[in-house]
Design a protein around this ligand. Structure first.
Ligand code: FES
Ligand SMILES: [Fe+2]
Length: 330
């Protein structure tokens, strides 16, 4: 269990990721839940195994009650459970006591957080609320479960040297110019530039999206351990905050997705929103691919330059939920 950092908050979803009255399966700490959004935008989550004979409630459907709220119906024998886990048995006209314990959710605007029934040890980062207030929400992408543990997933995200291997097809980065790492404990910032080898005009004409890639990628990563990494990008057309989220679904399965926010300095920026989402998806797919091709327990005998982000992840993992004195700034 310690490998999944109980006591940390996890952003299970953004409200836009749920269709109204459509149950979705959400996993956290080895437990599955049926989560649904009703017409008023309220979010509910119950353990996914029906207390009758164990069918997955997430495979069922929602029904709207007379007061506008909705209940989830089991796909096996159609028992209906309200948000508190109560049902009305056939032949009865009275609700049962709760038969399922709802997952505790903390809703902040469109953000659906949870501590997965554990006692909170660290606070929910406020930065997403600030971004939601000052940027436009562009969309979500790359929501996928990867067969890897949380630590390995986070090491990949904070590895500033893998662009040339994992992402070589996309970016053609020629070097990583590392500038600064600011260690504030569970929060940190990394600043580095990545000049890229140019694409030819023919390649760009074949794939017009490539026109949007800058010749030098200026990276500012804002990290909130353990669940959030924000990639801040400045482009001629506007600013973007590409938020990467992580959720330990089980000891060896970790879910990730991207929420993209933008602030346009030119009207054309909006038009390219879907292209930026597409880039984000390619990046996550490439990361997921390499994570399936490494031996996670093999000892590291070589250390490269600029592994400070990974040192930060390992340090925070080892001392969770505490941080000794932050000592990695450089
Ligand atoms: S298994 Fe759900 S109603 Fe029977
Ligand atoms: Fe990556």
């Amino acid at each position: 269990m310690q490998s999944m950092l109980p006591g940390a908050p996890w952003l299970l979803a953004h409200k836009s990721m749920l269709a109204v009255n459509q149950p979705e399966k959400i996993s956290l700490y080895g437990n599955d839940y049926a989560m649904w959004k009703d017409a008023a935008g309220d979010i509910h989550a119950l353990p996914n195994a029906c207390p009758h004979m164990g069918a997955m409630l997430s495979e069922g459907w929602c029904e709207v009650e007379s007061d506008g709220s909705s209940v989830v119906a089991c796909p096996f024998h159609a028992l209906k459970f309200d948000k508190s886990g109560c049902t009305v048995l056939p032949g009865s006209n009275k609700k049962t006591l709760p038969l399922l314990e709802p997952l505790e959710l903390i809703i902040q605007g469109d953000f659906i957080w949870s501590y997965g029934q554990y006692e909170p040890k660290i606070a929910i980062p406020t930065v997403l609320n600030e971004i939601a207030n000052s940027y436009d929400f562009i969309g979500h992408t790359a929501n996928r479960s990867v067969e890897t543990d949380l630590l390995t997933m986070l090491l990949n995200m904070h590895d500033y040297n893998h662009q040339n291997g994992t992402h070589r097809d996309l970016f053609r980065i020629t070097e990583v110019q590392f500038h600064q790492f600011i260690d504030n404990g569970h929060q940190s910032h990394a600043f580095y530039d990545m000049p890229t080898a140019p694409y030819s005009l023919t390649e760009k004409l074949r794939k017009p999206d490539l026109f949007l890639l800058p010749t030098t990628i200026k990276a500012h990563l804002e990290n909130h351990f353990p669940s959030l990494v924000i990639f801040h990008a400045e482009m001629p057309l506007g600013k973007a905050a590409q938020c990467h989220l992580f959720i330990p679904e089980a000891a060896n399965r970790t879910r990730t997705y991207i929420l993209l926010f933008g602030k346009a300095s030119h009207p054309a920026f909006k038009f390219f929103g879907s292209t930026y989402l597409k880039f984000g998806k390619v990046v996550v797919d490439q990361d997921a691919d390499i994570l399936g091709k490494i031996y996670p327990d093999s000892p590291q005998k070589i250390k490269l330059n600029n592994e400070v982000g990974m040192d930060w992840v390992r340090r925070n993992f080892a001392s969770f939920p505490n941080v000794g004195s932050p000592n990695l700034s450089k």
